[in-house]
Design a protein around this ligand. Structure first.
Ligand SMILES: [Zn+2]
Ligand SMILES: [Zn+2]
Length: 66
């Protein structure tokens, strides 16, 4: 059975991160976004940086709610 590259747990359902290519389980990232938790965090940082201009960028983050 393949192992998650992040937590090391075996899982028959791994998602390949579209950003860094790591294979991760559902607990270690977003299967919908196809981003591992590390790459998802980077996107969240961007979002935090933009909080001051939220009015302008609100629409940019649609589909990033999970
Ligand atoms: Zn994992
Ligand atoms: Zn990644």
């Amino acid at each position: 059975m393949p192992e998650c590259e992040i937590c090391g747990e075996e899982s028959d359902k791994l998602i390949k991160c579209k950003s860094c290519g790591a294979k991760f389980c559902e607990d270690c990232g977003s299967p919908i976004e196809k981003l591992c938790e590390f790459c998802a965090e980077e996107e969240e940082f961007d979002e935090e940086d933009l909080q001051d201009v939220e009015e302008l960028s609100e629409d940019t983050f649609k589909g990033d709610e999970e």
